[in-house]
Design a protein around this ligand. Structure first.
Ligand SMILES: NC(=O)c1ccc[n+]([C@@H]2O[C@H](COP(=O)([O-])OP(=O)(O)OC[C@H]3O[C@@H](n4cnc5c(N)ncnc54)[C@H](O)[C@@H]3O)[C@@H](O)[C@H]2O)c1
Length: 355
């Protein structure tokens, strides 16, 4: 376990989604945003002005930022770069002595994820992963209900994130396999499967049968002359060591009726939960189904009474308190193992075992 820090000087590297990291850190009294970095000079200047970061603390190159880590008094960094850079840049930051909050997916594959974990252990630094859907107050409330045993033995779950048309940065790195590692399964499926597996009690996945398709993405790419070589829909059936199973679906494009459709259903022998997005937005409604006094009962989760720290606040708190983050690198690896198996199973056309 890493030593407790008294205050955290954090850098944010990659300033697209990195904007959310900056906002999160700027709201936490236990840390200071001590540097930012982005290869895109215009984005760097805009974020620098937005968050009032002095020009001397803005870097266009990760290597230059890490070389100045001592002078800047840096303790930690968020790595919010395209997926292909997660492993190499995380390893560089760990070797520079920084604690790291990485983005999802943790890496391009589980071999990389394992190397990241080994480097964090060697450097005695914390490595957390922003599996952000766990962090909402409602998801935490559901987890507390599961942990209190209200569902009994959990044996099945289903989770989905479907979009009618939602190909991120179409023609850019998200749709280029060598930069992203895959399509909606690695982009959206990551969140869904992490949330489902967390609510299922964290069983170890042992086998996956999956299929991936790209009819809409590849047609649009041909028509618009853009690059796209990943799936636009993936579906998988995951088996766990304890006999439980999970059906998982993720899509960026499909004739499916809703622009954003997210649901997670978890079934136990004493109760079940359903969490789904309201309308087509990012607000969620959750219900718990149980037997009460001989009747089937339905409880709407209105609001968790205790506020839940954001992933960024949790990372800083973890460093200040000397404890692991809510979503650890080991959690990221478990998701990555399923992803590797999804793509291998889809390629081979048969169920594959996870070693
Ligand atoms: N947890 C979540 O809910 C969530 C949401 C959105 C994105 N993400 C993840 O965040 C990561 C970034 O996604 P995004 O949407 O911000 O992408 P983006 O393309 O908008 O931003 C990536 C940034 O990285 C910069 N960059 C690229 N290579 C660089 C390099 N070598 N050195 C310095 N800067 C470099 C780019 O200039 C760009 O500004 C992805 O892994 C994505 O999966 C997570």
């Amino acid at each position: 376990m890493a030593q407790r820090l008294r205050h955290v000087n954090v850098a944010v590297i990659g300033l697209g989604m990195g904007g959310a990291h900056l906002k999160g850190y700027s709201e936490h009294p236990g840390c200071t945003v001590a540097a930012i970095c982005d290869a895109n000079g215009e984005r760097l200047a805009r974020r620098g002005a937005e968050f009032k970061i002095d020009e001397s603390r803005r870097f266009i190159s990760v290597d230059a930022l890490l070389a100045a880590a001592g002078d800047l008094g840096l303790n930690a960094a968020s790595i919010v770069l395209p997926n292909t850079l997660h492993a190499p840049m995380t390893i560089k930051a760990l070797r520079a002595g920084l604690h790291v909050l990485g983005e999802k997916p943790m890496a391009m594959n589980s071999a990389q994820a394992r190397r990241m974990i080994a480097e964090a252990k060697k450097a005695r630094r914390t490595l957390g992963i922003n599996l952000s859907f766990r962090f909402t107050p409602q998801s935490r409330a559901l987890k507390e209900i599961v942990d209190a045993g209200r569902l009994g033995r959990v044996y099945y779950a289903h989770t989905r994130w479907w979009r009618q048309r939602g190909l991120p940065g179409f023609g850019g790195w998200f749709g280029a396999k060598k930069l992203s590692g895959g399509g909606p399964m690695i982009d959206l499926g990551v969140h869904r499967m992490d949330l489902a597996m967390w609510l299922m009690g964290g069983p170890q996945p042992v086998a996956v049968s999956a299929a991936v398709y790209d009819p809409i993405g590849s047609r649009l790419a041909r028509e618009q002359k853009r690059k796209f070589d990943v799936e636009d829909l993936g579906a998988a059936f995951v088996r766990f060591e304890n006999g439980a199973t999970l059906t998982l679906e993720a899509s960026w494009a499909g004739f499916c009726g809703k622009n954003e459709d997210m649901v997670t259903e978890v079934l136990g022998d004493r109760g079940g939960i359903v969490q789904r997005n309201v309308g087509e937005g990012y607000d969620f409604e959750a219900r718990v189904f149980t037997e009460e006094g001989g009747s089937l009962a339905e409880t709407l989760i209105k609001r968790r009474l205790v506020p839940a720290p954001s992933p960024y606040a949790d990372f800083i708190d973890a460093l200040l308190e000397g404890r692991p983050t809510l979503a650890t690198a080991e959690d990221g690896l478990k998701v990555q193992q399923v992803l590797d198996a999804v793509y291998l199973s889809a390629k081979l056309g048969k169920e594959v075992r996870i070693k």
